[in-house]
Design a protein around this ligand. Structure first.
Ligand SMILES: [Zn+2]
Length: 198
């Protein structure tokens, strides 16, 4: 149900955003793709720590030796969530914490980190200026925004995050959300009913 993004460039170095792989088939799909394309995984990052976005972290850690990088703001929630979520899992703690303006590098590619809290306190977005795309986790969806009724959610904080950090990106920027289909900044500015831009 979650979008797991596997990014790579001409160097064949790769990064995984929000590894949701939890079934044997999902894990095989990921590892087969890595193998068949000769990729080297260099980064594992999470937009936030809701269970569906981190289920595959242990698989990546045990098979590729990568610890996840994420913002510390969601960590207090993670212990409880790993026990009460519909799928039980054993969280992998951060190799590094990510904060505003940090950079995630693999090959010739750099993702810039934006803190976009509101859906959860530690929510992050990852922006590639070179490739003109932003990975928004559960902050901004196609014509929708993240829910704010979960642990640490805050509606006005979410709206401020979206307006100040995401809608200020170039209009043609592709938006890759944590669920469902992609969009663009322009489309969300014009038509997202939750944002009232005009
Ligand atoms: Zn979420």
């Amino acid at each position: 149900m979650v979008n797991t993004y596997l990014l790579y460039d001409e160097t064949k170095e790769a990064a995984v955003i929000d590894c949701g792989a939890s079934t044997a088939a999902e894990k095989a799909q990921l590892s087969d793709f890595v193998k068949n394309n000769g990729l080297t995984l260099k980064q594992l990052v999470n937009t936030h720590l809701h269970f569906d976005h981190v289920l595959g972290n242990r698989f990546v850690y045990e098979n590729y030796g990568l610890k996840p990088k994420y913002n510390s703001g969601d960590e207090p929630m993670q212990k409880t969530m790993s026990r009460i979520s519909p799928i039980k899992y054993d969280p992998v703690l951060a190799g590094d914490y990510l904060n505003e303006n940090d950079e995630i590098s693999f090959g010739n590619t750099t993702l810039k980190v934006f803190q976009t809290p509101g859906h959860s306190p530690g929510s992050l977005s990852f922006y590639s200026e070179k490739d003109g795309c932003v990975f928004t986790g559960d902050a901004l969806f196609h014509l929708d925004i993240g829910r704010t009724d979960l642990w640490g959610g805050n509606h006005s904080e979410l709206i401020a995050s979206i307006r100040e950090k995401l809608l200020t990106l170039p209009a043609e920027t592709l938006v890759y959300p944590g669920h469902e289909e992609p969009s663009t900044i322009e489309e969300e500015k014009l038509y997202n009913p939750h944002l009232n831009i005009l």
